[in-house]
Design a protein around this ligand. Structure first.
Ligand SMILES: NC(=O)c1ccc[n+]([C@@H]2O[C@H](COP(=O)([O-])OP(=O)(O)OC[C@H]3O[C@@H](n4cnc5c(N)ncnc54)[C@H](O)[C@@H]3O)[C@@H](O)[C@H]2O)c1
Length: 465
């Protein structure tokens, strides 16, 4: 692991660097207007690396909700038992993509270790997949195993022969990565090694497969300049270049994603791979059309202080009469998106394969909110449902700016056809009502923050008591 960690690239900017312009040059050559994409393009890609290509290229599919929108595409969803992965697997399967799920179920083990549980009663992955076939008539192939196990991963690539691999399969909690040294090492080993394995598996077994890899908006940190989509054109001492945007991960988890991005860019260029890096904002919501088709398909909803994300947690706190826990001053601003938009964005990314050797980067979020703004919106929504939500400020367990500039660009996915589902009364209402249905399952002891960035070891012991 140490060799992998040492190979991570630092993008620290120099103080003499002057920003003159910004662009996402890797994307610009392939960004096409919706009009130009009105026709579905299917073409054979010449074989590369001596292997026969089975890739079908589609521009934005104007019938992306059609039952055969994904015809000819074989999509491997790595991490398909998780929150984003499960919803995405069903969304694509419903639209005619052949889908497989690869997952080692470690997310469920984290809950077992720490005494947590999803608010919603989720079924086992085997039951989920069986129910999906029963309800939809569509089959999802299941591969249970660890992407860090290369023998397993190689065999799944050979067997399934994907045209696209969507990689959600990482340890995704910043607090979990900060609990103690062993979880910091686990997070970086699991995430960085897993992604390197996926890159090698594509190179060796499916060289035309398009990798769509989930990173996070947290890779950028909170710089005092606008956040571009992945690349920044800068002039320094009279010379100009377009470079990866500086990364400033705020936890061992976020840093694992920065390392992934650097490794992917290197492999994309060195091996002429097709890779798209997605910096996703904080996802909220529970319902997608497919997960709501049967109670056994329901998605997970995390509310504990380690795996719960801000908006979902606030809704659950409001529903059970626990004050919403704003960390510190509450001016922390981030990009957010609905789970319905996550699945739409991934479909768009899959339908627009990256050119070999180029790595487009998408900032996948639809709206920015500060923590205080979120608490205000949920207070209003809760009051409409007859609740009396309260907001408290708790000492910030994280090391982060509580008041800062934040302006992140997010036009790449919209240019490719994303129609955002913006946060409004109706969405909050649906989420709150779902939460109220399951509020008896909430263990209020899990709500207060238990992982402090500065005192992780001792607080980790408290949490596992
Ligand atoms: N949920 C969010 O708000 C959010 C925001 C930004 C980015 N992301 C990123 O999106 C991805 C999915 O997030 P999520 O919320 O669905 O997480 P999740 O924890 O619910 O799902 C991740 C899945 O990956 C599996 N997994 C982890 N390591 C694995 C391994 N080595 N081999 C096989 N499977 C493995 C887990 O068992 C789990 O089912 C993550 O990479 C995360 O960093 C999520």
């Amino acid at each position: 692991m140490s060799a992998i960690a040492q190979s991570a690239i630092s993008f620290a900017p120099t103080t003499t660097t002057r920003v003159v312009a910004s662009s996402s040059s890797a994307l610009s050559s392939r960004r096409m207007s919706k009009t130009r994409n009105a026709l579905r393009l299917s073409s054979s890609i010449p074989a590369r690396h001596g292997k026969k290509s089975s890739l079908v290229v589609q521009a934005i599919n104007p019938r992306s909700d059609a039952a055969d929108a994904g015809k000819g595409q074989r999509v491997m969803i790595i991490g398909g038992d998780g929150y984003c992965g499960w919803a995405t697997a069903l969304h694509l399967s419903q639209r005619g993509y052949e889908v497989s799920i690869v997952d080692n179920l470690c997310r469920r083990q984290f809950d077992d270790q720490l005494g947590f549980n999803s608010l919603t009663p989720i079924k086992s992955i085997h039951e989920r997949v069986r129910k999906w076939e029963e309800v939809s008539g569509r089959k999802i192939e299941l591969f249970i195993g660890d992407v860090c196990d290369y023998e397993f991963l190689g065999a799944t690539f050979e067997k399934f022969n994907p045209t696209a691999a969507v990689h959600f399969g990482e340890q995704r909690s910043a607090p979990y990565s900060m609990m103690d040294r062993s979880r910091a090492i686990f997070t970086q080993t699991n995430n960085v090694m897993g992604t390197i394995n996926v890159l090698y598996a594509i190179k060796e077994f499916a060289p035309d497969c398009h990798l769509v890899k989930l990173g996070t908006m947290g890779e950028y940190g909170t710089p005092n300049i606008d956040i571009e989509e992945g690349y920044l054109t800068i002039t320094h001492n009279g010379r100009t270049d377009t470079l990866p945007y500086p990364k400033q991960g705020g936890s061992f988890y976020h840093l694992s994603k920065c390392h992934d991005s650097a490794n992917m860019l290197f492999c994309t260029k060195a091996w002429n791979l097709r890779c798209t890096d997605i910096n996703q904002g904080v996802v909220y919501g529970i319902a997608t059309d497919e997960t709501m088709m049967h109670p056994d398909l329901i998605n997970r909803l995390d509310y504990d202080a380690v795996f719960g994300t801000a908006l979902n947690r606030f809704c659950i706190q409001a529903a059970v009469g626990h004050p919403m826990t704003v960390y510190g001053k509450g001016g922390q601003t981030r990009g957010f998106l609905n789970i319905r938009d996550t699945v739409q964005c991934i479909q768009i990314a899959v339908d627009n394969p990256a050119e070999p050797g180029k790595m487009p980067i998408y900032n996948q979020f639809t709206q920015q909110f500060s923590v205080n703004e979120l608490a205000g919106l949920i207070t209003e929504a809760g009051q409409k449902l007859g609740l009396s939500p309260e907001v408290i400020s708790v000492p910030n367990p994280r090391t982060e700016a509580e008041e800062h500039y934040y302006n992140a660009k997010n036009s790449n996915l919209k240019d490719l056809g994303l129609e955002p589902t913006l946060l409004g009364d109706e969405l909050l209402d649906t989420l709150m009502k779902t939460v109220i249905d399951y509020k008896d399952r909430v263990d209020q002891r899990l709500i207060m923050p238990g992982v402090n960035w500065k005192e992780s070891q001792s607080v980790a012991k408290n949490i596992t008591k």
